[in-house]
Design a protein. Structure first.
Ligand SMILES: O=C(O)CCC(=O)C(=O)O
Length: 257
């Protein structure tokens, strides 16, 4: 399975509509890949809190519409990162969308661990309460968003639900880049899974983003890693590697619950 990670740059000067169109073009350019991944809140910017209300959209809003067409044009599975979802009761969620090659909404994931302690996303958004996995032909994706990365029990839950590839869409500040790289590798090693971790680049709302998206194999080896700038990473996932790793070094079987 070939995956493309689109590490898109968010800047205050670019409108959401313009970035949406640019992201759609970038997705179309990935025709030939099986799976394309975008970061967290790449529409508004993960730290542009003042835009959350004004740019909130329903699940079938303008981002889904643009991404659905792009996924269908490219013939790819698209983990379209996350949007600010306005739910039916008016609450906001940080919701990730996964779209099939036919352009249909295959899965959603409302971020469970909201970032900001007593400010920002933690007060502006509601928390999700359920795990999401998506069965693709060769891998089962387990979905997580940004701050979730710090909570290994969520990833164990995804593995228990059948995940073989953990997808982490993020907008991770440059200041804690070392944590980003370390935790993604740790999740790959402890869950004996591929990790596809796609982050934002650029600086928005005064927060410099880490970039450094990466793909890690189930042994913890980094297969590809971006720098800080807007980049597309390409990586090939071996359909047998997760099962082989789990059979050769069966640590997951030694869990004591
Ligand atoms: O955990 C971190 O250091 C960053 C988390 C974050 O930026 C987020 O979840 O939006």
């Amino acid at each position: 399975m070939r995956a493309s990670l689109i590490q898109i740059a968010v800047s205050d000067g670019e409108s959401v509509a313009r970035r949406r169109a640019r992201a759609a073009d970038l997705v179309r350019e990935q025709a030939g890949s099986d799976l394309v991944v975008l970061p967290e809140l790449w529409t508004v910017g993960a730290f542009a809190y003042e835009l959350f209300e004004t740019e909130a959209e329903p699940l079938d809003g303008p981002t889904f519409e643009a991404m659905s067409k792009a996924a269908a044009d490219a013939g790819v599975w698209l983990h379209a990162g996350s949007i600010v979802e306005r739910a039916g009761d008016g609450s906001l969620y940080n919701t990730a969308l996964t779209i099939s090659p036919a352009g249909e909404l295959a899965a959603t994931y409302r971020k469970i661990h909201r970032f900001g302690f007593d400010q920002g996303e933690a007060v502006l958004m509601a928390a999700g309460d359920s795990l999401t996995t998506v069965a693709l032909p060769e891998q089962t994706l387990g979905i997580a968003t940004c701050y979730d990365l710090r909570f290994p029990e969520l990833f164990r839950g995804l593995v228990d639900a059948g995940a073989t590839t953990l997808v982490v869409a993020a907008g991770w500040p440059a200041r804690r880049r070392a944590h980003w790289t370390l935790l993604n590798r740790a999740r790959a090693v402890e869950d004996q899974s591929y990790v596809l971790a796609c982050a934002l680049a650029g600086t928005h709302a005064g927060v410099e983003q880490a970039g450094h998206s990466l793909a890690v194999d189930p042994w913890g080896e980094v297969l590809a890693e971006a720098g800080p700038e807007e980049t597309v990473l390409h990586v090939d996932l071996d359909p047998e590697k997760v099962a082989e790793t789990r059979a050769q070094f069966p640590a997951l079987k030694d869990r004591r619950l």
